[in-house]
Design a protein around this ligand. Structure first.
Ligand SMILES: Cc1cc2nc3c(=O)[nH]c(=O)nc-3n(C[C@H](O)[C@H](O)[C@H](O)COP(=O)(O)OP(=O)(O)OC[C@H]3O[C@@H](n4cnc5c(N)ncnc54)[C@H](O)[C@@H]3O)c2cc1C
Length: 472
């Protein structure tokens, strides 16, 4: 047994764990973060292959101007420059027309109005509502679906599908299943105030700055350190046991990792109330994804004089009715709904992503490179003729890869699926059946994506610090 007791131990160095750790350490707490991987960041890591730097999963930071991210940058004095890509996102409709999300809301509204002239007034009202709503107003939407919200503004089904398409990629749910609350949050944080990138050009830079600050505040980060068990003594989280058997004691235990692993493996079902256990068993994760990483020849950037090269997310919609396409994704190699592409001029790379169901390792052994090759042909056909001629390096990551590197349940891209019934549940954030224990991150049901998890981490740290003051 270790003699050193911590004020807080955080399991996982994703953005949730790092932001929470920074605030606690900044307040003078003795904080340890244990990360199983040999690099911090979780879904916010980058890697190098053949001289190219790729973001493994997340690449854009949203909610910087209007969300909590700016406050977090200021509070933690993060010395990191972000640049905004404008437009942050471009949608290519099945009939090849395009619509973009610009920094200027007016410009975005005009583009949508010019495509859907039958809904001019409603488009204005809808975007004004999105731009002006705060969390308190949004709480009233908690039990509604995003489709119900869309139906209250629009009649045109094509327009509803176009608006919902980037949300499908950013939540993995179609409008009939996505909570209106989360749909609006994603819209605000990813699309209306989205598209921020580190000037260094890769997301690991953001993670590394958080790590630097955490160290600056005297926090301790142990990499390649997997937590095997959370020790519960008489209903109180008392410490963690590492894979090497070491037992570390702390006053507060915070899990930044997957909720299924946290409750069933680390805490164990014997420490859970029966009602919670059955609730957990019924929870549905968000879908996983298939990713293509491509290193490009220099002349790719001179051969295509296109706005697609500027770094916006390019959403290629393959079907008009995404709800139907979503239901029908069974045996096809490529997701019939569509995909998103992001190009980094600085790194000479292309990243492409499509939602994909979790399947066993054996499936990927057989199909991974076949899917990659069909996926790249689609991109060639839809966006860049003769694309294959410019490829220097290519590889892919599957749902299995996401799970292997981060232990996210079924390789889920955004924690639990953000349906109305799976949202804002304190049992997944600060369960009252285990004292001194908290979850931060995208399994906590309070927020997804970088802005969402950063906010949950910020709020959790403040909750712990308030409790510390009250305990004195
Ligand atoms: C392909 C893809 C693209 C995305 N793109 C974006 C984007 O552009 N912008 C955006 O805002 N969001 C994006 N997201 C979503 C976003 O990345 C996540 O919602 C967010 O990063 C999750 O952060 P987190 O802190 O909850 O946890 P994670 O990033 O999942 O980190 C959890 C950490 O816990 C560690 N861990 C797990 N188990 C243990 C254990 N037993 N012991 C020790 N450590 C453990 C893991 O190794 C990991 O480092 C994307 C997601 C995916 C998959």
């Amino acid at each position: 047994m270790s003699n050193s007791a911590y004020d807080a131990i955080i399991i996982g160095a994703g953005i949730g764990g790092l932001v929470c750790g920074c605030y606690l350490a900044k307040a003078g707490m003795k904080v340890l973060i244990c990360e199983q991987h040999n690099k911090p960041g979780g879904y916010c890591t980058s890697f190098k292959r053949q001289g190219f730097t790729f973001d493994a999963a997340a690449h854009a930071i949203g909610g910087y101007c209007k969300g909590y991210i700016k406050k977090i940058f200021q509070d933690l004095d993060l010395d990191i420059k972000l640049q905004k890509i404008d437009p942050s996102d471009i949608i290519i409709l099945p009939d090849k027309r395009q619509v973009a999300f610009w920094s200027s809301l007016e410009r975005t509204i005009i583009e949508f109005q010019s495509l859907f002239s039958d809904e001019v007034e409603n488009i204005k009202k809808f975007f004004d509502f999105l731009a002006s709503s705060n969390t308190n107003t949004l709480i009233s939407l908690r039990n509604k679906t995003f489709l119900t919200l869309l139906n209250s503004y629009f009649k045109n089904d094509d327009l509803k599908n176009v608006i919902s398409f980037p949300l499908l990629g950013n939540s993995s749910l179609p409008p009939s299943q996505l909570s209106a609350f989360m749909g609006v949050k994603i819209f605000q944080e990813f699309l209306l105030d989205g598209g921020y990138y580190t000037q260094a050009g890769f997301i690991q830079n953001f993670t590394d700055h958080l790590v630097k600050k955490f160290h600056h505040f005297k926090g301790e980060l142990r990499l390649s350190t997997k937590v095997k068990q959370i020790k519960i003594i008489k209903g109180v989280a008392a410490g963690v046991i590492l894979e090497n058997g070491e037992y570390l004691i702390a006053k507060h235990i915070i899990s930044n990792c997957d909720a299924t692993q946290t409750f069933l493996k680390l805490i164990s079902s014997k420490n859970l109330p029966e009602t919670f256990f059955y609730k957990l068993k019924k929870m549905v994760p968000s879908s996983s994804g298939f990713m293509a990483y491509v290193g490009l020849k220099e002349d790719f950037f001179t051969s295509y004089n296109s706005k697609f090269l500027q770094g916006s997310n390019i959403w290629v919609m393959r079907q008009k009715n995404i709800e139907e396409a979503y239901k029908n994704f069974k045996n096809q190699l490529i997701n019939p709904c569509g995909y998103v592409v992001h190009i980094s001029k600085k790194n000479k790379t292309l990243f492409a992503f499509m939602n994909y169901p979790y399947r066993k390792k054996i499936y990927w052994k057989k199909n991974k490179y076949n899917i990659l090759s069909v996926f790249l042909k689609e991109i060639e056909q839809d966006l860049f003729p003769n694309f294959a001629d410019y490829i220097v390096y290519k590889d892919a990551a599957t749902p299995h890869t996401l799970k292997r590197f981060t232990s996210n349940y079924k390789g889920a891209t955004f924690g639990w699926a953000s349906s109305p019934s799976q949202l804002i549940d304190p049992d997944f954030h600060r369960p009252n059946f285990i004292q001194n224990f908290y979850l931060v991150g995208h399994w906590s049901t309070y927020g997804i994506g970088i802005p969402g998890v950063a906010y949950v981490a910020y709020a959790t740290a403040h909750l712990i610090l308030r409790r510390r003051v009250n305990d004195r």
